[in-house]
Ligand binder design. Structure first.
Ligand SMILES: *[C@@H]1O[C@H](CO)[C@@H](O)[C@H](O)[C@H]1NC(C)=O
Ligand SMILES: *[C@@H]1O[C@H](CO)[C@@H](O)[C@H](O)[C@H]1NC(C)=O
Ligand SMILES: *[C@@H]1O[C@H](CO)[C@@H](O)[C@H](O)[C@H]1NC(C)=O
Length: 284
């Protein structure tokens, strides 16, 4: 079914994946500091048509000024904070904690409905690539919900991480390090459980390392966006991006991105609390 060949090699507790001739990754897991077996984890490719790509037509554009430090910009699929650095002092790391959202059905739209939350590098001004990891929650017509963690180095395929249990209300931290333009490490930590999954990726698509984001997304499945659920406030905390020179940049001066749907309705807003904390809220 997939257009590439992949193989998984389990070496002790390290799960190594080689995807076609290029991108490859290894995964390790720890609980409370002790290395644990990862053989129950499966990285399931999400079909390319449901890549969590950023809608190029909806690049955050400078909107009205709000407060002293942040401008508001609008996107057709993203909501949250988008920070930028210069190519002479690129981002090497982006970090943040967030709550896995608890969803309710948005009236007037069919189920299932979704919201994805993630932390990432590039994708805003650098649209050719995006290194990101987070969680997607889905709600069905009977109100039942489930969540799954995933990572993606766009334009490569995204992977859903089967066997890593996440639930609405969990506190998750995502730590993404781009050690070079084509290699990096993603750490997903379930704070409530002391469970840490580390994925080391090599031979990946070339990053620009100029954007850092903390986002709630109404993502695309093929050409159409999924139905966007209403969600409980998503707090992003300890949001920090680090540059090559060691500068630590929070969200002061970042764009607060609001989601404006195709009918012009604002369905999601973001508000800064301080330099390292902000909240994303469902609207409408
Ligand atoms: C994450 O923590 C929650 C409790 O908040 C737990 O239900 C879930 O199983 C944990 N997931 C992992 C992978 O430890
Ligand atoms: C994120 O990961 C990097 C690389 O391993 C590490 O140096 C850094 O301390 C981590 N950040 C946090 C907040 O844990
Ligand atoms: C936009 O409005 C039309 C007509 O009311 C509706 O059918 C459609 O679902 C709306 N789109 C979104 C994204 O809400």
């Amino acid at each position: 079914m997939w257009s590439f060949v992949r193989s998984s090699i389990i070496v002790g507790s390290v799960l190594a994946w080689v995807v076609a001739a290029d991108l490859s990754f290894v995964a390790t897991a720890h609980r409370e500091g002790q290395e644990i077996d990862t053989s129950d984890l499966k990285f399931v490719p999400i079909p390319p048509q449901s890549h969590r790509k950023h809608d190029p037509a909806s690049t955050p554009s400078k909107g009205s000024s709000r407060g002293k430090r942040n401008i508001v910009s609008f996107s057709g699929d993203w909501c949250g904070a988008s920070q930028h650095t210069t190519s002479s002092d690129q981002f090497t790391n982006v970090f943040g904690y967030f709550t896995v959202p608890d969803l309710t059905l948005r009236p007037g739209a069919p189920a299932p409905q979704y919201a994805a939350v993630w932390v990432g590098i590039d994708g805003a001004s650098c649209q050719s690539t995006l290194l990101q990891a987070g969680v997607t929650t889905v709600i069905n017509s009977n109100g039942g919900q489930s969540a799954s963690a995933w990572w993606e180095w766009f334009p490569e395929v995204a992977y859903s991480i089967d066997g890593l249990t996440v639930k609405p209300g969990d506190w998750i931290s995502v730590n993404i390090t781009a050690s070079s333009l084509t290699a990096g490490t993603i750490t997903i930590n379930n704070v409530s459980r002391g469970y840490t999954l580390t994925i080391s990726v090599t031979n990946a698509p070339t990053l620009c390392r100029v954007d850092a984001e903390w986002i709630v997304e109404n993502f695309y499945n093929g050409d159409a966006q999924v139905n966007f659920a209403r969600f409980s406030d998503v707090w992003f905390e300890e949001t920090l991006a680090t540059t090559v020179s060691g500068k630590q940049i929070g969200i002061d001066g970042a764009a607060m991105v609001y989601l404006k749907d195709s009918n012009g309705s604002i369905t999601c807003t973001a508000a800064q609390y301080d330099n390292t904390d902000f909240v994303v809220s469902s609207q409408g």
